[in-house]
Design a protein around this ligand. Sequence first.
Ligand code: NDP
Length: 319
Amino acid sequence: MKAVRVHTTGGIDKLTIEEIPVPVAKPGEVVVKNAFIGVNYIDIYHRTGLYPLALPVVLGREGSGVVESVGEGVSDLAVGDRVGYLGSHSYAEYNAVAAIHVVKLPAGMELEKGAACLLQGLTAGYLVFDSYKVQRGDFVVVPAAAGGTGSLICQLAKLQGATVIGIVSTEKKVQIAKDNGAAHVLLTSADITAEILKITGGRGAHVVYDGVGMALYEQLRKSLGKRGMYVSFGNAGGLIEKVNPADLIPKCLSFMRPVLFQYLETREEVLDLTSRVLPLIESGKLNIQIHKIYDFDNVAQAHQDLEGRGTTGKLLLKL
Ligand code: NDP
């Protein structure tokens, strides 16, 4: 089968499309014949080596398709099921995935939406519902508010009754962030702390959901109000390498660094979160926007576009 592998970390030239054997389902796994593959920022961290993996490695953390075979001990999935999944090595025609991370897609959900909604949708879900539980009336700050994950955080926070302050890098993305529910949208070039304090009447924000990292860390931390929560969940703009607890003291701030794959370690955790997020997608309350579907062989272009900050919403590869 065809797969996208990385032998040495680096730029998009390190993405190689190769023939490798079709995997076999081990106990507790199913093999999925992929139809669509989600492209996520974590794939870039894996390609560049920011998050090191044993090499060579097939990239990719999510996909959708049809169950091709079922390993020993798997009772709630069957050959032919239409599924979406979280897992490793999804940039391939087939993938062997732990069954606990596989979700049967609702009857009316297209396979492309199945690949587009899980990693980013469940991330937005655990962030807004659990990591810091957004309450009606909260001021919620969301950098990369037109991006794949950010756009869903904005929507969910608004559904919870919050006032969302989005941050984007270009004028073109301002309207997209507003369409996602941001009541206020700031450009990254603005004096972000001053603007957020102004919008919040001087109190500061209740929570920041930050997938950008170092580039905005100082400004965002200073824009939190008393007892505010800094939820750092990504590093598209550089890793926050040091958090000085002394900086948290004046306003009794909390700092959290959660990760979806550690958050969802059991079948119960996966089913609980999907039962809270998928119905919102099915009912259209949470709108998954697909930026572009790339041919599988065009994976390098997808990475270049995502890193180049020109994309809004979800990127998919199609087999
Ligand atoms: P996005 O679609 O949000 O794309 C990344 C966005 O980050 C860009 O569009 C850009 O928006 C912004 N950005 C800021 N600085 C830079 C930079 N220097 N280079 C590139 N982009 C930059 O990607 P994803 O939705 O896939 O991921 C968003 C973040 O969420 C990532 O950090 C990812 O690792 C994290 N994540 C974390 C999870 C977790 O559980 N911890 C799970 C899922 C995602 P703009 O130009 O408007 O600033």
